[in-house]
Design a protein around this ligand. Structure first.
Ligand code: NAP
Ligand code: ZN
Ligand code: ZN
Length: 346
């Protein structure tokens, strides 16, 4: 199937128009016309090889919403015309304990990423969502609730689930004080979800000009972290801190903001190790954890939660020829709060 998209051909190169073929439908596949594709900071990290060697040409994009156009001979999960979402992985081994428990993102063989890797045949390069068409095994796609504003749905497929999952795992809810570090694509979804779950929510941001937006999203408190003295007032304050910061930072002052048995979950992946002060961890029996996206079952649960609470991402819709500028603006923390590409522009 002839497909138009944008690709990066070498590390740090600009993205440019790229045509390629999607596979013919296998029995369990669905084909979709992509409507919108979000730009995740992970796309930028990989296109710029900030996580180590990458596979080129790369068509990034793992926040995809589209309309089903064709079904494989055995595919019954969706109908032609259904709105579906595709996220960060398109397959996994399906046999390990984690896959069998709906935690495909932690597949012991490694999930099959939507791009920057090979499909399970180990020879076909997987091309992602910066394109106009997609083909995926129905088991790895999810149904989008009909009531949501479609432009803000694509980012739910990575930014949304990546914050929803730890908020559920660490039981954010009434009586819990939750802080979100970084008000970007991921962070702003964390604020919306934590507020909807009933937690008391604080945004910890290095951008003073984001306070009004944070409050509009429902955050109860906003603290600008530019001035390090603010950390004194936050000592032993939070049950849960979700770190979505994409850059290298010192996390010790943030760890000190956890109260007894509190947990800081690392979600942002700058690509360099964090230094951890053991004394800070011993004090207050603090915990440091990680969390990566969410499985297919939880993706559907998250989308249904969004449908019920009318939650979508705040987006700036762009045309494909703006992607390179959008990358630079994202790195400069200048996006409100997710760039989404209109797939008609490929
Ligand atoms: P983003 O939209 O660029 O947001 C990152 C935010 O981090 C910025 O908006 C900014 O918030 C803050 N920040 C940036 N530079 C900073 C600096 N120098 N000092 C302090 N704060 C800074 O990125 P995103 O798409 O949300 O992704 C965030 C990170 O999560 C990336 O590293 C990405 O690869 C990773 N990620 C992880 C998963 C997972 O499964 N764990 C999934 C998706 C993405 P303020 O302006 O409010 O400070
Ligand atoms: Zn992502
Ligand atoms: Zn598996």
């Amino acid at each position: 199937m002839k497909t138009k998209g944008y690709a990066v051909k070498a590390a740090k190169a600009k993205l440019e128009p790229f045509e390629f073929e999607r596979r013919a439908l296998r029995p369990n596949d669905v084909a979709l016309d992509i409507l919108y594709a979000g730009i995740c900071h992970s796309d930028i990290h990989q296109a710029r090889e900030e996580w180590g060697p990458a596979l080129f040409p790369m068509v990034p994009g793992h926040e995809i919403v589209g309309k089903v156009t064709a079904l494989g001979s055995s595919a019954t999960k969706f109908k032609v015309g259904d709105l579906i979402g595709v996220g960060v992985f398109v397959d996994s081994c399906r046999n390990c304990t984690n896959c069998k428990s709906g935690l495909e993102q932690y597949c012991v063989e490694g999930m099959t990423g939507t791009y920057n890797g090979y499909e399970r045949d180990k020879k076909t390069i997987a091309f992602g969502g910066y394109s106009d068409k997609f083909v995926i095994d129905q088991a790895y796609a999810v149904k989008v609730p009909a009531n949501l504003d479609l432009t803000g749905v694509a980012p739910l497929m990575c930014a949304g689930i990546t914050l929803y999952s730890p908020l559920r795992t660490w039981q954010a809810g009434p009586g819990k004080k939750v802080a979100v570090m970084g008000l970007g694509g991921l962070g702003h979804m964390g604020v919306k979800f934590a507020v909807a779950m009933g937690a008391e929510v604080t945004v910890l941001s290095h951008s003073a000009n984001k306070e009004a937006d944070a409050k509009k999203m429902g955050a109860h408190h906003f603290v600008c972290t530019k001035n390090s003295e603010v950390f004194e007032t936050l000592r032993m304050n939070f049950d849960l801190i979700l770190n979505t910061v994409s850059a290298d930072i010192d996390i010790d002052p943030y760890l000190k903001c956890l109260k007894l048995d509190g947990t800081l979950v690392v979600i942002g992946l700058p690509g360099k190790p964090y230094a951890v002060n053991v004394g800070t961890m011993l004090d207050q029996r603090r915990r440091l954890a990680g969390s990566m996206i969410g499985g297919v079952k939880e993706l559907q649960e998250m989308l249904d939660f969004c449908g019920k609470h009318n939650i979508v991402s705040d987006v700036e819709v762009i045309k494909a020829d703006y992607i390179n500028t959008a990358y630079d603006r994202t790195v400069a923390s200048d996006v409100k709060y997710r760039f989404v590409i209109d797939a008609k522009s490929f």
